[in-house]
Design a protein around this ligand. Sequence first.
Ligand SMILES: NC(=O)c1ccc[n+]([C@@H]2O[C@H](COP(=O)([O-])OP(=O)(O)OC[C@H]3O[C@@H](n4cnc5c(N)ncnc54)[C@H](OP(=O)(O)O)[C@@H]3O)[C@@H](O)[C@H]2O)c1
Length: 336
Amino acid sequence: MPINRQITLAARPVGYPKESDFNLVETSLPTPGPAQILVRTIYLSLDPYIRGRMSAIRSYAPPLEIGDVMVGGGVAKVVQPNHPGFVKGEIVMGMLGWQEYALSDGRGLRKVDPQAAPVSTALGVLGMPGLTAYFGLLEVGRPRPGETIVVSGAAGAVGSVVCQLAKINGCRVVGIAGTDAKINYLVGELAIHAAFNYKSVENYYEVLNEICPEGIDVYFDNVGGPITDAAFRLLRPRGRAVVCGQISQYNLEQPETGPRLLSYLVARQARAEGFLVFQFSDRYDEGLRHLTRWLQEGKLKYREDIVDGISNAPRAFIGMLRGHNFGKQLVKLAAP
Ligand SMILES: NC(=O)c1ccc[n+]([C@@H]2O[C@H](COP(=O)([O-])OP(=O)(O)OC[C@H]3O[C@@H](n4cnc5c(N)ncnc54)[C@H](OP(=O)(O)O)[C@@H]3O)[C@@H](O)[C@H]2O)c1
């Protein structure tokens, strides 16, 4: 009897999630009904937003309930298509959940061209994180050649693409990340102008001020907290803070009371704007076309951090929230 292994939410985390907040369950393989497709997941994507869905608080999406299959994007192979729009063996991408097999009615599934790039990239550089970088930087940040762009979470799935898109746009790029290996990658492999490890620095403002003596034109914020406080103080006149994520805050048991820095926006006539990648969903094709071309031209590089097997997904997810991932965090569930 074939089985489907799934990871479900066992308990709402307090602070950082623990492995006991997840359950590994075995269910029977679902049978697709009329107009349904059975897919087998190849790669599962572990993303920071999933932490928010584990809490009871409603954000832009409803929270998971205890016992629900964990939410997440995946790349999968069509196994049994009872649907005229899909054929067996095709590769698709969609919100498939933390499970080895999933049923879909086809809505929200995007076909992935395995000739264009390795299929795993549909969850990273050619997927939601890449699109977040593309629209966040280009539409919200609006960088101009010669400007100074500072990126926090710079070595991650979103941040590493932001750094490279800023370079493609002729900007001076400064990255902030949490290990020396990530800093070496940013400066060596991605050839950005400067980077520093925030874990080996006492005063973020002093370091940023030294690297950006004329200030920051665009601050791309993936992390929030004290790093963002420092960057805010250095925004140039008409500067832009692109508020993409606040990962330093996602696992706090009590919200931080930070310095109140909005007056910097007044004095510098600067703009801070949050965004969700979904607001650009009608332009995903455009974004993917550009990202694919830059990838194929070698202007866009990427790293992936892949663990094997669904039972390792909770540990990898917790590790990603703590910065143990080096590149887009994926779980491999089956051979491509
Ligand atoms: N607005 C949107 O539509 C949208 C879409 C996708 C993602 N996001 C946001 O974008 C950000 C990056 O997501 P991603 O998928 O690219 O993840 P990622 O950067 O690949 O992985 C998360 C990284 O966050 C860093 N981090 C963790 N705790 C931190 C802390 N206290 N201070 C500073 N950095 C910390 C770690 O890197 P270090 O080793 O450098 O600490 C870790 O590797 C997240 O905030 C996410 O919520 C927003």
